[in-house]
Design a protein. Structure first.
Length: 213
């Protein structure tokens, strides 16, 4: 039973029994995995805050043939959304992670999706404004899945932002001027596309809408 080590993004966790957690994580080279983190609920010494959504780190896990769950040995954080300078940005970490989880198939490597997620962690740590970053993420996620359809009703300013997003890195968004109204247009357009293709409303998206009321 070999020990695999790789870089990965933590996507979500949920309880298993009285002391363990199931951890869903996206690796850079072997796709999405689900693993058991033993005693993660009883002791924080082993994993600490490394299991927070969108934590980017080095993971080690054991995998057996014909087993759906791997055994998560350790997570060494390289970058965490908890380092974000903007407290509001923390609310988006779960949103980004949930969307990646919805679209990443199990054990199917997707380097572009992995790099998109990792770029979000870097941009949040660099204090890139979170709302332009969220619209950038949504745009690229929909493009990578081949389901992006431009909304003909959006304004010229919103179109201009997408044109910049298409050729810019996430870190470069800090220098892009865009109004809140244009960002709201894109948020509504992207939400519509997600509703069509996911056929459900994400829990994290509902939380964000409550935050903005």
């Amino acid at each position: 039973m070999p020990l695999y080590t790789t870089d990965a993004l933590i996507l979500r966790t949920y309880k298993l029994g009285e002391s363990d957690r199931i951890v869903v994580f996206l690796t850079c080279d072997r796709g999405k995995k689900r693993g058991v983190a033993r005693n993660a609920r009883q002791s924080r010494r082993r994993f600490g805050g490394a299991l927070e959504p969108l934590t980017w780190g080095r993971v080690g896990y054991l995998e057996r043939e014909r087993r759906d769950l791997v055994s998560l040995n350790y997570v060494e954080p390289l970058r965490s959304p908890l380092a974000a300078a903007d407290a509001e940005a923390l609310g988006y970490a779960g949103y980004f992670a949930e969307l990646i989880d919805e679209w990443a198939p199990d054990s199917d490597p997707n380097d572009l999706l992995y790099r998109l997620g990792a770029s979000m962690v870097e941009a949040m740590a660099a204090a890139v404004p979170i709302e332009p970053l969220a619209r950038y993420f949504e745009y690229w996620l929909l493009r990578l899945q081949g389901v992006y359809e431009p909304d003909p009703r959006i304004s010229d300013e919103a179109r201009a932002f997408l044109a910049v997003a298409r050729v810019s890195s996430a870190l470069a968004l800090g220098d892009v001027a865009v109004s809140r109204a244009a960002l709201r247009e894109l948020e509504a357009a992207h939400r519509h596309l997600f509703a069509i293709h996911l056929e459900k409303d994400l829990k994290s998206a509902r939380v964000l809408r409550q935050m903005h009321k």
